[in-house]
Design a protein around this ligand. Structure first.
Ligand code: SF4
Length: 1001
């Protein structure tokens, strides 16, 4: 086991102070609080005797403590900066200021952190801008600096210097500072503040595990080192310090070493090339799948008894911190001992989307044009936003936990409201009407009351909303959502206090929104739990000075790690570089150091990247992986084993996902190998089948019947089945002004049905003009509010017209003898299913698009508006899987036709023949088959269902085998009390699921 950097550091510091009473007088400064915690633990292990611990502190806390100035929060700083700006430029508006206020504040931070000569910098900027202005004013230029925008632009830069100095002066007078200002203050006064007269203990300060120092940090450390009061302890490796002098990871440390200001260079080690390492690289198809891979790996290690320990935890590093929630969901339920350390931004939270929808609701009020062209606004909400709010996962979860009645068939106020909107096709909604449907429930009052132009009203609404949602989350384990609520509450409090002072008059609703959003963008949950856990899920910056022997890093994609270069400053790049401010290349060097440092003492490294070209700037693997492959591994003389895996998820059965890894081992002299492993991916949310639910299901199976769509839905995702068929949560059924895909399908179905009934079933020919007339009539019937001439509707109309014309033409040409026997034919069949407590009369039901006859074959046909080429072969070994798998859309189609064909056979057996259009069809003279018409692949004709139950194709055995499968489904799955409703493992299903947001997928 390699000694960690912090253990080695603790041992070193301990050895420097044999008199352990001295330890309590030391200050050890580290990059993060977390590294401080682990250093303290390592120190404690150095002595068998108790001793008073030294001060071990993160550098931010050290500066805040020593500079004795209050470091102001960002909310008030932004306001205070605006006040100053206003004194300098009377014309500035808060709206305009908000567009760059935060950026300006960040620039001021940097200027002070890097001890930049602000006079020089701002003069330089002013001159550069004067030059720019002069170029714009050049006689041939077609732009004029007299335009308001350009005037404001140039004025902004000419005011910067004055604003910077006035702002700092103003803060200083009130003994306040922004963080960079505090760093500068301490750096400039380090001698007075930090140097003590007591020289008995040397050194008194240790700076441990730093890399890219800001100028202020460097000056603070230098001052103390020069006075022999401080020592620096760097963590570095010969690989980037000596052997590879151009490696960007060593850029800063090489500079410090060569400048020799930091005293004796303690130690360099040779872990990167000198210790055995197994490095695995995984290419996965999408971002959230990375979390599954990490979860699987960790689960596997736990099963092997190697799931990490408090002393030697496993690290999962999230280069993209948005993966935290998928990562937590990707872990097995049994894994509860873990720690999360990272800042989650409020901007990426689900809570933010609700806040955003509420603002949208208030801003999208109905607007009409009067005859004389005036815009008239009426205080009504748009139906879309109302439904968006009501369908928000937080609200749906509130409904699920707090509004749902015991009797699930009773509608909740949310279901009533959505139903009313959809049934009445209401586009604009009066708040009073919404409150009426919501029975004046506090939730509805909070969501649908009109806001005035006063930010305090909005803050109060949000307080109420937090109160309501808090009720829901108090009993659930969802720590992240609860944290977000708390964080948002703190933000509002801060904002309320600031607004209550002297600034309130500046904000109307729009500026308040802009300001709140800016704060939300900047606010992060400072997640940090119990640090000692066998599994650490951690952000990249939090890994500073920590070591993990076994580590997984996710999102190893170029553009994420290292991050895409972005100019986020008002200071032009060339000037920033010239003045000594950090630029992109510095950022890359910092990331490179973090990465190689993490690799130093690790012996089992797993790097995961996404191949999907729509994710992370094109699915390119990080340059760091390429560097390992092409630079590190060749130099390692066999100490590093490098293996690449391509991970894809394959269909297996409903409860498991097969993760096949195609492994290419590129370690010299090793053979390619293939590892196939089957993993069960855990579900994190289940709904048990209570006796009431089972009774409800049984009643439904007997009275309503089991349709192919129900069976398919249950197999695809039993939780989705629960939401839509048991809990009655309504699926999105938009009140639309334009046609959606589902509308398109129903329209074509209705048209074909009419053509069959009015023409083809009677053998009457139909002309194109008649087809077009039916299309028009059905369109008018189905979509009263739509305009067939506008935009996408027009396009879809033309597509539909052509589709129907082509379909009928193709059929006339291909199957001259074809007769249509029935359309939209409803069929049912009932048989007994033995259950442990009696038996159930199971009704199977279906509505068949078309029954047709071609020669002596009765064809059960279904129209599909999507494109189908052909259905997969059904071999006997695959039969069971096809009949019970929910992870393949082709299997759904096969099962749908199976049920239809079963219903026809059953009817023919039961009634000794099929009676349609006055004719009788008997099994001895007619065959039955089933298939699809793909309306987007008309040339393909009738696509036959490949399902066969063995060699015997007689009706009796078809019916018998079908009923066996249906019984198994009902007994083993649907009515099985031990199989709760649960989230699917087939993630494709979630992509198109209306309940995705409720269950957090
Ligand atoms: S989002 Fe996925 S898991 Fe949730 S109900 Fe829908 S299909 Fe099931």
């Amino acid at each position: 086991m390699i000694e960690s950097f912090l253990e080695k550091t603790a041992r070193y510091i301990f050895s420097k102070h044999p008199d352990i009473r001295q330890l309590e007088q030391l200050s050890i400064i580290v990059p993060t609080r977390r590294s401080g915690y682990f250093l303290k633990r390592a120190l404690a292990q150095c002595s068998a005797q108790p001793f008073l611990a030294p001060e071990v502190v993160a550098i931010d806390d050290f500066v805040a403590d020593r500079c004795k100035i209050e470091i102001a929060d960002n909310v008030s700083l932004l306001f205070e900066l605006y006040d100053i700006f206003k004194q300098v430029d009377k014309n500035i508006t808060f709206d305009r200021y908000l567009q760059w206020g935060s950026m300006l504040l960040r620039d001021f931070e940097q200027i002070d952190q890097y001890l930049i000569d602000a006079d020089y910098l701002f003069d330089y900027i002013t001159e550069a801008k004067a030059l720019e202005r002069w170029q714009v004013d050049w006689p041939n230029s077609n732009v004029s600096t007299q335009s308001d925008r350009l005037k404001a632009y140039f004025e902004l830069f000419s005011n910067l210097k004055k604003v910077y100095f006035s702002f700092k002066k103003d803060l200083k007078e009130r003994n306040r500072a922004f963080r960079g200002m505090a760093y500068r203050d301490l750096a400039e006064n380090a001698v007075d503040v930090l140097l003590t007269a007591d020289h008995s203990i040397k050194p008194r300060y240790y700076f441990v595990g730093f890399n890219a120092l800001t100028a202020a940090e460097e000056k603070i450390i230098k001052t103390l080192v020069n006075a022999k009061q401080a020592e620096t302890i760097w963590d570095c490796d010969y690989y980037y310090m000596r052997d590879n002098p151009l490696a960007e990871g060593g850029k800063f440390l090489r500079k410090y070493r060569d400048a020799a200001w930091s005293g004796e260079w303690k130690w360099s080690e040779s872990h990167l090339l000198g210790t055995q390492k197994d490095i695995h690289v995984y290419a996965v198809p999408n971002a959230s799948m990375q979390a599954k891979v990490a979860g699987e790996l960790y689960q596997q290690w736990c099963a092997e008894g190697q799931g990490g320990s408090e002393q030697r935890p496993v690290g999962i590093v999230l280069a993209d911190e948005n993966l935290l929630v998928p990562m937590l969901n990707g872990l097995d339920e049994s894994i509860t001992d873990l720690n999360v350390t990272m800042g989650l931004t409020l901007r990426n939270s689900l809570l933010f989307t609700l806040i955003d929808s509420l603002f949208e609701l208030q801003f999208t009020i109905a607007e009409f044009r009067s005859k004389d062209g005036r815009a008239i606004k009426i205080p009504k909400f748009n139906h879309r936003t109302v439904q968006k709010v009501l369908n928000h996962p937080f609200i749906r979860r509130y409904e699920f936990l707090a509004l749902q009645q015991r009797d699930v068939s009773t509608e909740t106020i949310i279901q009533v409201t959505i139903r009313e909107i959809q049934q009445r096709n209401l586009v604009y909604l009066d708040p009073a009407l919404l409150l009426e449907w919501g029975q004046q429930h506090p939730l509805f009052k909070t969501l649908f009351s009109r806001w005035d132009d006063n930010p305090h009203t909005v803050i109060r609404v949000f307080y109420d909303l937090i109160d309501i949602l808090r009720e829901v989350y108090k009993d659930t384990q969802n720590a992240i959502e609860t944290e977000y609520l708390y964080l948002f509450y703190t933000l509002l409090k801060q904002l309320e206090t600031t607004l209550s002072s002297e600034h309130v008059e500046k904000l109307n609703l729009r500026t308040f929104k802009a300001f709140l959003y800016e704060l939300i963008r900047q606010t992060r949950i400072p997640f940090s739990g119990e640090p000692v856990s066998p599994l650490q899920i951690i952000g990249m910056l939090e890994t500073r000075a920590l070591d993990f022997e076994r580590i997984i890093i996710l999102s190893m994609n170029e553009g994420v790690f290292p991050l895409t270069k972005r100019q986020n400053s008002l200071i032009p790049f060339d000037i920033a570089k010239e003045a000594g401010l950090p630029v992109f290349s510095d950022q890359d060097a910092v990331m490179s150091y973090h990465f190689y440092r993490l690799l130093q003492r690790a012996n089992d490294v797993h790097l995961v990247y996404v191949t999907d070209s729509n994710t992370y700037n094109g699915g390119e693997k990080s340059r760091f992986i390429l560097q390992i492959e092409h630079e590190l591994v060749p130099k390692a003389n066999g100490t590093i084993k490098f293996t690449e895996h391509v991970v894809r998820f394959q269909e297996m059965d409903t409860s498991s996902v097969d993760m096949t890894e195609e492994v290419a081992d590129t370690t010299p002299n090793s053979k390619p190998q293939t590892v196939n492993s089957k993993h069960t991916i855990s579900n994190d949310w289940t709904v048990p089948k209570t006796p009431e639910t089972l009774a409800f299901l049984r009643q439904n199976l007997t009275n309503g019947g089991l349709y192919a769509t129900h069976l398919n839905q249950y197999l695809k995702c039993s939780l989705q089945y629960y939401f839509s068929r048991v809990a009655g949560v309504s699926e999105d059924e938009e009140v639309e002004e334009r046609m959606g895909a589902a509308d398109f399908g129903s329209w074509i179905h209705a048209v074909l049905e009419r053509i069959d009934i009015e023409f083809l079933m009677d053998g009457k020919p139909i002309s194109d003009a008649e087809i077009k007339a039916i299309l028009r009539e059905e369109f008018a019937k189905l979509f009263r509010g739509y305009d067939p001439e506008s935009g996408i509707n027009r396009l879809l109309y033309q597509v539909a017209e052509q589709t129907v014309l082509d379909f009928l033409k193709e059929q006339r040409q291909r199957d001259e003898n074809l007769t249509v026997l029935a359309t939209e034919q409803k069929l049912t069949a009932t048989f007994d299913v033995p259950l442990s407590d009696g038996s159930l009369a199971l009704k199977i039901a279906g509505k068949i698009d078309r029954v047709e006859l071609l020669n002596n074959v009765i064809r059960v046909a279904d129209y599909k508006t999507g494109k189908i080429e052909q259905l997969p072969k059904v071999t006997p070994d695959k039969l069971d899987h096809i009949m019970s798998s929910g992870d393949n859309s082709n299997h759904e189609k096969i099962r749908q036709l199976w049920i239809y064909q079963y219903l026809i056979y059953k009817q023919m057996l039961r009634e000794k023949g099929l009676r349609l259009r006055g004719r009788e069809f008997h099994l001895d003279a007619y065959e039955v088959t089933s298939g699809f018409y793909s309306l987007r692949n008309i040339k393909r004709g009738f696509i036959f269902n490949p399902l066969k139950f063995g060699d015997t194709q007689d009706a009796e055995s078809y019916v018998e085998q079908s009923e066996n499968y249906l019984r198994t489904f009902v007994v083993d799955k649907l009515l099985n009390p031990d199989e709760p409703f649960r989230k699917t493992d087939y993630l494709t299903a979630c992509q198109f699921c209306d309940f995705r947001e409720i269950c957090g997928r």
